[in-house]
Design a binder for this molecule. Structure first.
Ligand code: UDP
Ligand code: MG
Length: 315
């Protein structure tokens, strides 16, 4: 097998503090892997600046000027983590044999890439990095993340438990992934849909090297909603089920009302009337909200907007 040209794609959003450390580690890794004959000399690290507001792009340009193995892709605005990854993959797809995506904060152990490459040599097209320990995350992040994986499984979405966006994809896997036309992207759910021969490599997840998490609670919730509604129509079925239950309750109510009427104490129905108004009103609102979620998705898909807008690609 030919020595692969490996591209490491790193999305960066306001990562000026972490980048110098990450870049130094990546340069070391490339040196070592090239020396060991594991990757081709043409291998690169592609840093995708996701519309940062700090000096991230300047840092990337400086790295690129100093060492040609660092490439920079600048997105014109903050397109979000998934879109930044997508942009990076799109830009490097034609130059690489395989690519690894990894966060800019070195929370994921870069040594796992050796494992990824080994699996790649064994013929795997998709290799997931799976964290075998989450002790470095806060208890809150850990429990919400675990709850999310469980919920997704219940909803019938195939996902690799505890695998984040740290993975290796062969060129043909990337090409397949890039052929997905959807605008609402949830890569963790999309990659398992690819098929191909896959493997998992376990690693320990550490702390962020510098800077703060770019995923505040608001973004985490948006991410989870995105994942659920992009992949599952079970919530909408739940609404239908709820509708049936309500209809049944309503029928029972009707019987009760008629019986009360015949018995001659119909005025006494005030409490039950008010209760059903509230109950039904609430349920209808929930149902509308859920339907709205999907209609919103259809709206976004029909627009066929580009996933990212490229400002610059420094090779
Ligand atoms: N990120 C991005 N765009 C965003 C938010 C985050 O490109 O809008 C990048 C960020 O720079 C990092 C990765 O996505 O490389 C994961 O973010 P972070 O490490 O902050 O998330 P956490 O590990 O806290 O879940
Ligand atoms: Mg992180």
């Amino acid at each position: 097998m030919k020595i692969p040209v490996l591209y490491i794609v790193i999305p960066c959003y306001n990562e000026e503090e972490a980048l110098p450390i990450t870049a130094a580690r990546m340069a070391e890794l490339l040196d070592e892997m090239t020396r060991k004959g594991l990757i081709d000399e043409k291998s690169r690290v592609t840093l995708v600046d996701d519309g940062s507001r700090d000096r991230t792009w300047e840092v990337i340009c400086a790295l690129n000027a100093k060492d040609k193995r660092f490439e920079g892709v600048k997105l014109a605005h903050n397109a979000g983590h998934m879109n930044a990854l997508w942009a990076g993959m799109r830009m490097v797809c034609d130059s690489c044999d395989a690519l690894v995506t990894i966060d800019a904060d070195l929370q994921d152990d870069v040594n796992a890439i050796y494992g990824f490459l080994e699996k790649y040599r064994e013929g795997c097209d998709v290799v997931y990095g799976v964290r075998n320990d989450r002790s470095s995350d806060t208890a809150f992040k850990r429990s919400t993340a675990q709850g999310f994986y469980k919920l997704m499984k219940k909803l019938g979405v195939e996902m690799v438990y505890n695998a984040a966006d740290y993975r290796l994809l062969s060129r043909r896997a990337v090409e397949a992934l890039l052929s997905f036309g959807e605008v609402n992207m949830f890569l963790r759910g999309m990659v398992p849909l690819l098929g191909f021969k896959t493997a998992e490599v376990y690693y320990e997840r550490g702390e962020r090297v510098a800077g703060e998490s770019k995923y505040p609670l608001k973004k985490m919730v948006a991410f989870a909603v995105e994942g659920i509604t992009s992949f599952s129509n079970k919530p909408i079925r739940l609404v239908t089920l709820l509708g049936f239950v309500c209809a049944l309750l309503g029928a029972a109510m009707a019987v009760y009302v008629i019986v009360s009427l015949v018995a001659g104490h119909s005025v006494a129905g005030w409490a039950s009337t008010i209760m059903s108004i509230w109950l039904l009103g609430g349920l209808q609102l929930i149902a509308l909200g859920m339907i709205g979620e999907y209609v919103g998705k259809i709206y976004m898909e029909t627009k066929r907007r580009p996933k990212f807008i490229l400002e610059e690609y420094r090779k």
